[in-house]
Design a protein around this ligand. Structure first.
Ligand code: NAX
Length: 331
């Protein structure tokens, strides 16, 4: 039998946490044959709710779940973890300045970075979900210098999956037959959902999405804004932000990272830029990646047309500004 893997979920008493922990305990993240020990962290005001989640995990009698640590102590939460999914953060409330929200998150991610660096298992893989996801991940990277930068990522898989979903609905095809969309840049409304290299499996072989949709106006307009603003549309409909889709996408992100992407398929992950596609280094930016043996690599050599170039640069610009704002909160 396999040794259990320790998975940390911060913000585990929140909405995404509540959807995510049962998925992890059922093997959705790491496979149906992989036992897990869940580490759940939240803050003291949520301690009682967190304990309620722990009670439900016990009640669900998940065969793969070999233990649960539910704590408000960040050191206890981080100790020995192999995977860390960072969902906890300070939400933007009405009337709050961007800088104030950033400042709260910078201080959270700075201290959690140190705890992970000191106490997590060697080679711990980190996924930041909490917004501003890219910049929180960057702060975590900066303050955990001994964690390899390749191990620190942020979630844009939800945006990627939303793009697959929109194409599947439009063409009335199975979502599992659509692949290789790309989310470039920030997990924000400046992200660029790109279908220029995406394809659909048809009885006549793989066909480009552009050819099948045959409506560039829709692909360059409404499709992009729908994906960019899907989070807001969910809040409007549900009165709460995306939770089950965020949790499911976080599982997809980690599963593909650990177990590998299928041959011929890439996914989108926010990773530390190495300058590929002339994206500035020093940012956590969403790229198309393939994964093998527990490591991601950026897909190289894709053609970038003029419209795409502008959109790649615009979202990079926003990330540079967020980075500057985050740094201004450090002093
Ligand atoms: P909730 O407010 O329901 O849950 C957040 C939880 O984090 C709360 O239980 C809170 O007590 C806890 N928390 C706050 N500070 C903490 C700290 N220092 N340490 C540990 N826990 C802490 O939010 P939820 O809807 O679950 O969303 C969580 C985060 O995900 C938000 O930042 C949200 O903006 C972000 N999202 C990111 C997405 C992505 O694709 N990257 C999509 C979904 C979501 O909007």
């Amino acid at each position: 039998a396999k040794e259990p893997v320790r998975v940390l979920v911060t913000g585990a008493a929140g909405q995404i946490g509540y959807a995510l922990v049962p998925m992890i305990a059922r093997g959705v993240m790491l496979g149906a044959d992989q036992p897990v020990i869940l580490h759940m962290l939240d803050i003291p005001p949520a301690a009682e709710a967190l304990n309620g989640v722990k009670m439900e995990l016990v009640d669900a009698a998940f065969p793969l779940l070999k233990g649960v640590v539910a704590t408000t102590d960040v050191v206890e939460a981080c100790t020995g973890v192999n995977i860390a999914v960072m969902v906890g953060g300070f939400p933007r409330k009405e009337g709050m300045e961007r800088k104030d929200v950033m400042s709260k998150n910078v201080s959270i991610y700075k201290s959690q970075a140190s705890a992970l660096e000191k106490h997590a298992a060697a080679n711990c893989k980190v996924l930041v979900v909490a917004n501003p996801a890219n910049t929180n991940a960057l702060i975590l990277k900066e303050f955990a210098p001994s964690i390899p930068e390749k191990n620190i990522t942020c979630l844009t898989r939800l945006d990627h999956n939303r793009a697959l979903g929109q194409i599947s609905e439009r063409l009335n095809v199975q979502v599992s037959d659509v692949k290789n969309v790309i989310i470039w840049g920030n997990h924000s409304s400046t992200q660029y959902p790109d279908v220029n290299h995406a394809s659909v499996k048809t009885p006549a072989g793989e066909k480009p999405v552009r050819e099948l949709v045959a409506d560039d106006e829709w692909l360059n307009g409404e499709f992009i804004t729908t994906v960019q603003q899907r989070g807001a549309a969910i809040i409007k409909a549900r009165k709460f932000s995306s939770a089950l889709s965020a949790a499911s996408s976080a599982c997809d992100h980690i599963r593909d990272w650990v177990l590998g992407t299928p041959e011929g398929t890439w996914v989108s992950m926010g990773v530390y830029s190495d300058g590929s596609y002339n994206v500035p280094t020093g940012l956590i930016y969403s790229f198309p990646v393939t994964c093998k043996n527990g490591e991601w690599s950026i897909v190289q050599g894709l053609s970038i047309d003029e419209l795409s170039r502008k959109k790649l640069d615009l979202t990079a610009q926003e990330l540079s500004e967020e980075k500057a704002l985050a740094y201004s909160c450090l002093s």
